[in-house]
Write a protein that binds this ligand. Sequence first.
Ligand code: ADP
Ligand code: MG
Length: 631
Amino acid sequence: MTSATDLLTPLRRYWGFDSFRPLQERVVRSLMAGHDSCVVMPTGGGKSLCYQLPALVSEKTAVVISPLIALMQDQAAQLAQMGISSAVLNSSLAGAKQSLVMREAESGQYRLLYLSPERLARADTISWLKRVPVAFFAIDEAHCISEWGHEFRPEYRQFSCLRVHFPDRPIAAFTASATQRVRHDILEQLQLREPHKYIASFHRPNLRYLVKECHDREQSSLLVRILRNYPNSNVIVYAPTIARVEETVDFLEDQGMAAVGYHGKMDTDTRRRNQERWTSDEVRVLVGTIAFGLGINKAAVRAVIHLSLPKSIEQYYQEAGRAGRDGDAADCILLWQKRDTGLLAHFIEQVTDPAERERAWQRYHAIRRFAESGHCRHIQICSHFGERTKWTSCGACDVCGCESQWLLKSMEAEPPARTQLSMPEVTHVHEISTPAPESVATGGDSELRDYIREWRREMSKEQGVPAYIVMHDSSLEDLCRRRPASLAELLGVSGFGERKTELYGQLILDALARFDKGARAAPPPEKRSRPAEDTLRLLAEGRTFEEIARIRGRQLASVVGLVAELVERGKLEFQSGWVESDKQQSIESACARLGIRWLKPLKEALPPEISSEEIRLIVARLRQQQLRASA
Ligand code: ADP
Ligand code: MG
């Protein structure tokens, strides 16, 4: 019976999509037929639809368990805009609201009900769920269940109780990253019964993997050069630490490139605002720690750049995989340094549990092999996930001869980037931009695209929802390509279901009409922060580093890092008041013994009361003296 059910009509009506992506229809039908299933599909492959559509047609309630509250809330907001009823139950809701949701769930109001793992663990949850007309359970990000996965979450372990309490309800597990070992764990932990397994290929042919080992100083200049290849495109830069995030943002801004930061120590408001400025295309470059990304629903990302070696191939695949989710060409660039391996090893040594430490070492060796070996990167990734490829050369990675100007150019010929840290005329990204490689250039009317993006930003502010919930990147592209002249034509644009067309249709047609009459997006504001200049000014005013950190909204380490750079480059005189004189002497004698190339051995050799910041400042002065002597 289910094989005959018409699924294209609801797909069209609610989602505004014309066809299924690979595997989606089979997963949907398998769930509708009551089978357990395990679905492994890359990020952006469209896993949500696999449980949302059967939930919609079931007229019962699918219970979705997902690790991040923000992620669940975004899905619920998207469903609301499609006219599908859903709710999120988590501890952040007020008590009265929680009981309301629970009552409505019992009466079968929701097609989808999102629960956090913690919520499921609560003693009263199971008995309440037994009163809910459950269609099936969907476990999202299911690799979190396995200790072999890179994101193990102990709360995921209790899901084995679902099978016991709901023996006749299907369970479906979804993940984007699972080695065979992790997959095995998922099946076992969830006690899946003869599950249908759907494993999509891990090969992302629209992605180009480019890996380059860099020396200490060339990374920043390389980063700037790379970024210039993606003018007007969204890029994610992953930095290994919070300090590196802030330093990189400051550095880019000093180069005249707008960028926003994202890390776990930012206050929630700033973090959310930065994320939104990036997702709504206001600022194109986001520099984040690994805290950034889970559940980010941005399809048009043209490059993901890593500034250090990730902990595992899974982690790399997931983070790099945030590029090109719209299916268009995109680049994944890994700039790593030998010293990253030392740092990773250092952290692994701190792991106390021997089994966990061993797993961490295995991940370490795998990612190192990936970075260092001369084998096709695409093949290496596929085979890591147990997939055998038919081809032997992809033509889309540095190993298989994918040439990139920045990759080929000899580093030595370039002056070290940091010498440009002075405050010369602003160099506009747009002016210097070398032409984007054809593969990543975007065609069509860019003025129209900018105008619609601006419209989307305003709408998202007005409605208090993320920009992509108003309109997904791919919908925006399709809209600009088709330029619908009527509501009926708008329904033909990808992502415009009936409800969404009702909500925004007329507003969009009006915006298109205004554009035809000559309206254009406002040019980006000229307001630009000048980190080096600002810091120099604050120092001249007699501010302490702590005050500057507070005023500039930075960590102390980042402020000191910037000051040290300025000292090193001779832009700022070292002041003896920065470091107590007896400490100065200890640091200097350690430098005389150990040299001034590396900071870590100095920190280890010196007593703990001498901070990394103090060492950094003294080293900067010594380096400056050395430079001057050699000049
Ligand atoms: P995943 O969870 O696998 O990372 P999502 O479920 O978030 O992926 O889907 C990624 C994007 O693909 C979403 O914007 C979604 O709307 C879009 N998408 C999913 N299925 C289809 C489809 N059949 N046609 C067009 N777009 C789709
Ligand atoms: Mg998902």
